[in-house]
Design a protein. Structure first.
Length: 188
């Protein structure tokens, strides 16, 4: 068996896209008003001390504003908020147009109908190639909605479907050749 060794961005995206992720919107209240961006690369990092990590792209116009504030809120998106993933993933628009939210204890937007929110303070940043690796301390958090998570897999949104005995299964996979042409999806 010959293993391909080409590490092109397209091949990386196709192979690493096999790992399903949830989607978040990172928000903050700034002097110019609320700001936020979609972020697919979010993870719980440590329970003691409570830390999370996420990876905004270096081309993000929003992350530098939030970095300067030093605190922000991670909103875990429900499937019903799929449209917000795209809305917060675009530059040059009013990302909060028509978006319902209230303020977290740190004073940042908590999006209505999200699954959870996590108030954070910036701890450290590291070089991550074309992304920045952010480590943040959790200051408060809440699970707020019993909905279905927004899941991204193979370059597209997928819905979880109930299986036998309450198990959850993903819909049938897209053949690799078809997935190769799929859009890259949400980015920070």
């Amino acid at each position: 068996m010959t293993v391909p060794t080409d590490l092109t961005p397209r091949r990386l995206r196709n192979v690493l896209g096999q790992f399903a992720t949830g989607l978040t919107v990172i928000t903050a209240s700034t002097p110019a008003g609320p700001a936020g961006f979609t972020c697919q690369s979010f993870v719980s990092l440590s329970l003691e001390p409570p830390l999370v990590s996420f990876n905004p792209t270096r081309t993000s116009n929003t992350w530098p504003v939030l970095r300067h504030l030093g605190s922000f809120t991670v909103n875990v998106l429900s499937a019903e908020l799929e449209h917000l993933s795209g809305q917060f993933g675009r530059s040059g628009t009013d990302k909060f147009a028509g978006v319902g939210y209230h303020l977290s204890p740190l004073g940042h937007p908590v999006l209505d109908n999200g699954l959870a929110w996590i108030d954070c303070e910036l701890v450290q940043e590291y070089d991550g190639g074309d992304h920045t690796i952010v480590v943040a301390a959790v200051r408060s958090l809440q699970s707020t909605h019993d909905g279905e998570p927004l899941v991204f897999h193979r370059g597209r949104y997928v819905r979880l479907q109930p299986g036998a005995e309450g198990a959850v299964t993903a819909p049938p996979a897209v053949p690799e050749a078809q997935a190769a042409g799929a859009p890259s999806g949400a980015v920070a």
